[in-house]
Write a protein that binds this ligand. Structure first.
Ligand code: NI
Length: 136
C-alpha cells in the first residue's frame, strides 16, 4: 500500500475555553490559552492518504485533485478564521488540536471516498513544539 502526504498551512485564532466551567476552572486548566482576547497560531497540517496505484497514471491520487479538496474542505473554512465563532463544524467544542483533527477527518471522509483514497493519518502542528497525530 502506498501513502501520499500533502502539507497545508493556515493561520487561525482561538481561545481554549469550556463554557460549562467558570472562569477560575478555565484558568486552572487552560492557563493563558483561556485569555479572553484569544491568540493565533500558524498551523501546519499533514494529510496522508492511501490507495491503489493507478497503472496508467502511475499515481495513487492526482495531487491537483487532492489539493483542490483540501483547499475547499479545510483551508477555505479555517484560514484567517476565529475557530470558536466562525467555523460551523467546531460549534460547541473546545478548539484544541485534538478536536480539530477529529473534525477535519470527518470533513474529509466523503470527498476522499469520491477520490477513491482513504485518509490514514493527520498530523496537526500549532507550533514547532506541539502537535497531535490522528491515525485511522
Ligand atoms: Ni492556542
Amino acid at each position: 500500500m502506498l501513502t501520499v502526504t500533502r502539507t497545508i498551512h493556515f493561520c487561525a485564532a482561538h481561545r481554549l475555553y469550556n463554557d460549562s466551567w467558570d472562569e477560575t476552572k478555565n484558568r486552572e486548566i487552560f492557563g493563558k490559552c483561556s485569555n479572553e482576547g484569544g491568540h493565533g497560531h500558524n498551523y501546519t497540517l499533514k494529510i496522508s492518504v492511501s490507495g491503489e496505484l493507478d497503472k496508467n497514471s502511475g499515481m495513487v491520487v492526482n495531487v491537483t485533485e487532492l489539493r483542490d479538496v483540501l483547499k475547499r474542505e479545510i483551508f477555505d473554512k479555517l484560514d484567517h478564521r476565529d475557530l470558536d465563532n466562525e467555523v460551523d463544524f467546531l460549534d460547541g467544542l473546545v478548539s484544541t488540536m485534538e478536536n480539530l483533527v477529529i473534525k477535519i477527518a470527518e470533513n474529509l471522509e466523503k470527498p476522499f471516498n469520491e477520490l477513491d483514497v482513504k485518509l490514514v493519518k493527520l498530523e496537526l502542528n500549532e507550533s514547532d513544539k506541539n502537535s497531535v497525530t490522528l491515525e485511522l
